[in-house]
Design a protein around this ligand. Structure first.
Ligand code: SF4
Ligand code: FES
Length: 254
């Protein structure tokens, strides 16, 4: 890891007009990048340089820039979200790189995440899986039971909170050789199934979300475990096991 300095870098970046055209890597040089800047600030610098030269800037996704929204889906030097662990691309700092380095930047690649442009992919497949069951139905008639009056086991509450940390970015899919989305779906199924409010619809939820996942073309889990390693929120493989148990129990009850 570097102390403060300015870096001169070579960037090999995937450019693609849209999902119907073939993409290619293009090479860009960038100089005087502070090791104190973030990776996305470096991308901003590059785009400012391109605009100054009347060239088309590179399209990449970002929103919160603080590890919350899951939008910053970049594959950097062969790893989802780059060389650091437990962070999203927006939390990656240039001190993780060294002067003279070549950095390869690609979109998250998966059949279920088609490229929209350059480094931006369409992850609406995740939205459709959530719409299939990633919610609870609440009686809002005015007779709703106060949530604080429902006791929740501390261990279950902790596990539900850990699963709810998933930011739906899709690093798990991008790094999985099967293109599986089971860590994402496992986290979403688990965080609701563990809580009393989520148990009412638990069986219908897991059946519908797993069906939606299969319909979107995601692959099957073969317990390689790359998803857990590359997940910016350290979502545990235990969530996949819990989803499988929930699914089996719901399927037997059909
Ligand atoms: S499980 Fe982890 S890698 Fe997968 S979408 Fe959620 S936060 Fe991202
Ligand atoms: S931009 Fe929101 S998590 Fe990175």
């Amino acid at each position: 890891m570097n102390t403060k300095q300015n870096l001169n870098l070579t960037l090999k970046i995937w450019r693609q007009k849209n999902n119907r055209t073939k993409g290619r890597f293009e090479i860009y040089k960038i100089s005087d990048v502070s090791t104190e800047s973030s990776f996305l600030e470096m991308m901003d610098m590059l785009n400012a340089n391109l605009i100054d030269q009347n060239l088309e800037p590179i399209a990449f996704d970002h929103d919160c820039r603080e590890g919350i929204c899951g939008m910053c889906s970049l594959y950097i030097n062969g790893r989802a979200h780059g060389p650091d662990t437990g962070i999203a691309t927006c939390q990656l700092h240039m001190r993780m790189f060294h002067d003279g380095q070549t950095i390869v930047i690609e979109p998250f690649r998966s059949t279920a995440f088609p490229v929209i442009k350059d480094l931006i992919v369409d992850r609406s497949s995740f939205d459709r899986i959530m719409a299939a069951g990633g919610f609870i139905s609440v009686n809002t008639s005015g007779n709703t039971l106060d949530a604080n009056s429902i006791l929740v086991d501390k261990e279950d509450a902790d596990k539900a909170m850990d699963a709810a940390a998933c930011i739906s970015g899709g690093a798990c899919v991008a790094c999985c050789p099967n293109g599986a989305a089971m860590l994402f779906v496992g986290a979403k199924v688990s965080h609701l199934a563990l809580l009393p409010q989520g148990k009412v619809e638990a069986k219908r939820r897991v059946l519908n979300m797993v069906k939606a996942m299969d319909d979107e073309g995601f692959g099957n889990c073969s317990v390689i475990g790359a998803c857990e390693v590359e997940c910016p929120k350290h979502i545990s493989l235990d969530n996949i096991a819990r989803m499988n148990r929930e699914y089996m129990s719901a399927w037997l009850d059909k």
